[in-house]
Design a protein. Structure first.
Length: 397
């Protein structure tokens, strides 16, 4: 929508002050003679207002009828600017060239925005539409919306609908995401509780099903702990989901080794800068070997990123290099590695005892540890109702 300020800038307007007369008669006379007035403000001696250049040239008659004295206070607009610099042909030529360039660029896409998405990143959507043909700098007339939308939808797995809306130099991509369907439980409600690792049973609580072991018994990984089959009083079998708590005393061995000599990756980087204008790189683009990190800095005006800026590429190549570390460094690294491995293996257990030993040899530092823990070893394992679970711990009569 074209605003009044833009029209005033193009065609020009003047600010005036009218004093010592009848203000209301002056306004009525201007209206009767078709002279536009706006931004009218009352003053102690008269009024101030704005009008067009043509209106100001015709304002003498209303001023005489209302006995008002009219003075020009300000000139605004391109016509006054051109008249002021009429002898500066270079400035006028530059202005005309700028106006021509802006007119040509107004038919291109400058900005691409995404709306309607919450889980799919903006970058993923923009990249899909770029591959489909919607790029910054592309002429608006050459954008085939239906074709681009169809191609982009093939690249977006989590979207059900997408549309392009062109607003001036901005392409707005409106996306509707796929609503995830909750996972349907395929389990039929029959399962056993088996041992996830070796141990000695310390606590057994059966909430559903029947116990297959007793406290104090030793079990190995995969042994049946709580059966999903229980017998009714009428000697019929009831199939259900076994549920309960099985806590066992377990032993965990932890071992890490850090050598004095090791292979490390040494990075070598190369930086390349290039100018970016409407989707085109002004300077030649060079592709180097290695991992590439690319960052694009754009000119931002009032929160809008314009298609002008600088591209920054950082190419990184890693080379293998053998290094030798001191005993003190190897000892610190070995303890760090051991601590991490210790956490991974015992974070869900209650530690009863823990012993660790550090050994040094010609190759490096070795840390060995043993933990006695209390932990839940029950693991649910479904079975079909036609099958009878293999109770390896109980003898059949």
């Amino acid at each position: 929508m074209v605003t009044r300020d833009f029209i005033n800038l193009i065609f020009g307007c003047v600010s005036l002050r009218a004093e010592n007369g009848f203000a209301e008669r002056f306004i009525n006379s201007c209206t009767a003679e078709g002279i536009p007035l706006w931004d009218i403000s009352k003053t102690a001696t008269g009024l101030t207002a704005k009008t067009t250049i043509k209106g100001y040239l015709q304002i003498r008659s209303p001023a005489r009828k209302s006995s008002m004295r009219v003075r020009l206070t300000k000139k605004t607009g391109i016509p006054f600017l051109i008249n002021r610099h009429i002898h500066r042909t270079g400035l006028i030529a530059g202005f005309l060239i700028l106006a021509t360039v802006l007119n040509l660029l107004s038919g291109h896409i400058w900005i691409v925005e995404v709306t309607g998405n919450s889980t799919i990143p903006d970058t993923e959507i923009i990249e899909a539409f770029e591959q489909a043909g919607l790029t910054i700098g592309k002429k608006v007339k050459k954008i085939k919306r239906s074709e681009i939308e169809s191609k982009a939808m093939l690249l977006l797995n989590n979207a059900t609908w997408a549309a392009i809306n062109i607003k001036g130099c901005t392409a707005e991509i409106n996306v509707r995401e796929l609503e995830k369907i909750p996972d349907i439980e395929t389990h039929q409600g029959t399962s056993n509780i088996v041992a996830s690792k070796d141990g000695q049973i310390e606590l057994l609580e059966v909430y559903r099903g029947s116990a297959a072991v007793k406290c104090g018994e030793a079990v190995t990984k995969g042994d049946l702990l709580i059966s999903g089959i229980s017998e009714k009083k009428n000697q019929q079998n009831l199939f259900t989901d076994a549920d309960g708590l099985v806590v066992a005393r377990t032993n965990t061995d932890i071992e890490t080794q850090t050598p004095y000599k090791m292979i490390v990756l040494v990075p070598k980087t190369k930086k390349i800068h290039s100018l970016y204008f409407l989707g085109i790189e002004i300077l030649p683009k060079r592709n180097l070997e290695g991992t590439c990190y690319e960052h694009r800095s754009r000119l931002v005006i009032k929160g809008k990123a314009l298609p002008f800026g600088i591209n920054y590429r950082l190419y990184t190549v890693y080379e293998e290099k053998e290094i030798t570390i001191s005993k003190a460094q190897a000892r610190l690294m070995a303890m760090s590695d051991y601590s991490l491995e210790y956490y991974k293996k015992t974070n869900h257990a209650q530690i009863i005892t823990h012993q660790a030993e550090i050994r040094e040899d010609k190759e490096g530092i070795r840390v060995e540890g043993k933990c006695a823990c209390l932990e839940s070893i029950g693991e649910s394992r479904p079975f079909e109702t036609e099958e009878i679970p293999d109770d390896t711990n109980s003898e059949q009569p």
